[in-house]
Design a protein around this ligand. Sequence first.
Ligand SMILES: [Zn+2]
Length: 426
Amino acid sequence: MSNQPVDTAPGGQKSALLRVDGDRLWDSLMVMAKIGATEKGGCCRLALTDLDKQSRDLFVEWCREAGCSIKVDKMGNIFARRPGRDDSLPAVLIGSHLDTQPTGGRFDGVYGVLTGLEVVRALNDNDITTEHPIEAVVWTNEEGSRFPPAMVASGVFGGVFELEYGLSRRDIDGKTMGEELQRIGYAGDEPVGGRELRAYFEAHIEQGPILEDEDITIGVVTDAQGQRWYELTFTGTESHAGPTPMDRRRDALLGAARVVQLVNQIGLENAPLACATVGMLNVYPNSRNVIPGSVFLTIDIRHPDNEVLTRMNDALREGIDSITRQSGLDCALEQIFCYAPVPFARECVEAVRGGAQRLGYSMRDMVAGAGHDACYLAGVAPTSMIFIPCVDGISHNEIEDAKPEWVTAGANVTLQAVLDKAGIGE
Ligand SMILES: [Zn+2]
């Protein structure tokens, strides 16, 4: 749907037509993308590496130039604060992450961070004082690529993980997050979380194809999907592919193939909001003339409604039981990760929707299919997200791309939503 601009806005006339400087935001994104730039046009800035430090330093420098004060907490999360008229009021936070996957793109995460900065810069340009303070935020190690799990620092902030747990996460070389934060100078003194917040907004590329396919500029993110991850091992009997009659086989791969089919079926039956994936399959001994004796596979199911997700879980377990019985295989099924769906705060969702409407952007409601820092912030602050399209829906890839007009639109909507929650001071 498309909307005509409406000339009323939070704070009245003064903010009605307020916009970010899209060119400045784009330039900042492109300058940041040089840090860890890859040959194929992407970015590699793993958390707490020297390159991550450089990107943090640049963000801090830009925020200081914009008049912000900087605080860093014990998880290395950075808060660049623009004071409010009443600075004792809880802050409105805007942010995301600067770390990337090893073959990451120029927009995932950094777009939300620099949108926070651009909101501050736009308020400065227009000489606007907000009632509540505003903070542009960088969350440490969102990707979890170097230090699993993902979103660990926003998770500590959101009270999902203990501080000690966060600091003791190790990379593949055995270095801990705590040590690496010290090494790059971002082990701050501030307590992690525990303060009242007015709102949290995170602008992000969609990382899927829907907005671009439907030619829609803004995704109003109402919920984040719940996820359940499982590992399954089928054990049968390895035997010779020639002399073993068909009715005497215990073929672990055949059982696995039926599970792949089952998982896909469960996804389709709960479409369009469900996702169900077998992403990894290890066949043993993986030899062309041996009937596979064992297969390891992973299952990932997602849905924004907990009841449906639970039904999908039940259908999965029943289906696997029946496949196991029919095939005569031994089955070990383990749920390794369970993450409940997150409904975002209606007041923040409406602030985003209202902003897009006033600015006349096309929009639709969306569910976040991936994990984001916002999912953990939602536990401690009224939260929502703003999605913009990305080219061909591709992300976590060096060719990840977004058009400048999308980048500008998402930041404009974020600015409106922030003004809605922060208010205009007199
Ligand atoms: Zn991200």
